[in-house]
Design a protein around this ligand. Structure first.
Ligand code: R1P
Ligand code: URA
Length: 235
């Protein structure tokens, strides 16, 4: 057991999907896993372990933001020996050609958080995805005909900015979309020598202001989860 996870030792699989929302963790377990068992109840941040196409796998809610998610990622790696960590989340598009419902594979993650200023001072660290997971996810998404973009994303500490247009500087440098966790996940994965990837579904658009309905989000979300599971488990 760790401070924020009350799973028994060995109860969490080596491969873990990481949605921000604990209810999405429940949805993933109930929709995709065989024999899911609730492994965490601390703070209502539900996590489940079961099997998917015969292989052991877990899903763990992380909460929103780098600060919350890094607590879970840290404890999953150091307390439970997790080796493959794949975030599955929603994101806002920064680019006209990246549409709502599209899938984004985060090759790298910029951040406005201080997590790496604390570590590296004035030197800049570039948090990146595991290439094997990234390549597998890309191949699977292409085979299934999903519109998929691979590139840089922004992991922001702030959902509501005083200046809405602040995103344009990132868009000008080719950043595809914004979410709130990947840079922390990639940094911790590198530190501990484990594999990480972030798979995102575009849920809203900062340029066109388009949004998806809850039903649309659900359908695209399931496609993203299947890509993440198959890539992480080498299926
Ligand atoms: O859909 P999830 O995984 O929660 O991810 C995105 O949604 C939340 C903001 O609404 C942030 O956590 C952001 O990263
Ligand atoms: O605009 C968005 C959408 C999802 N998640 C974010 O962090 N921002």
């Amino acid at each position: 057991m760790t401070i924020h996870l009350n799973a028994e030792p060995g109860q969490i699989a080596e491969t873990v999907l990481l949605p921000g929302d604990p209810l999405r963790a429940q949805h993933i377990a109930e929709t995709f896993f065989e024999n899911p068992v609730l492994h965490n109840t601390v703070r209502g941040m539900h996590g489940y372990t079961g099997t998917y196409r015969g292989q052991r796998v877990s899903v763990q809610g992380t909460g929103m933001g780098i600060a919350s998610s890094m607590i879970y990622v840290n404890e999953l790696i150091t307390g439970y020996g997790c080796q493959n960590l794949v975030r599955v989340g929603t994101a806002g598009s920064y680019q006209e050609h990246v549409h709502v419902r599209d899938i984004v594979l985060a090759q790298a993650a910029c951040t406005d958080s201080n997590i790496n200023t604390i570590r590296f001072g004035a030197k800049t660290y570039a948090p990146i995805a595991d290439f094997g997971l990234l390549a597998a996810a890309h191949r699977i998404a292409q085979e299934r005909g999903h519109t998929t973009h691979v590139g840089n994303i922004m992991s922001s500490d702030t959902f509501y900015h005083d200046d809405f247009d602040q995103y344009r500087i990132w868009a000008d440098y080719g950043v595809l979309a914004v979410e709130m966790e990947a840079a922390g996940l990639y940094t911790l994965a590198a530190k501990h020598g484990v594999k990480a990837l972030t798979v995102l579904t575009i849920s809203d658009h900062l340029v066109t202001r388009e949004e998806t309905t809850a039903e649309e989000r659900q359908v695209t979300f399931n496609a993203m989860v299947e890509i993440a599971l198959d890539a992480a488990l080498g299926l």
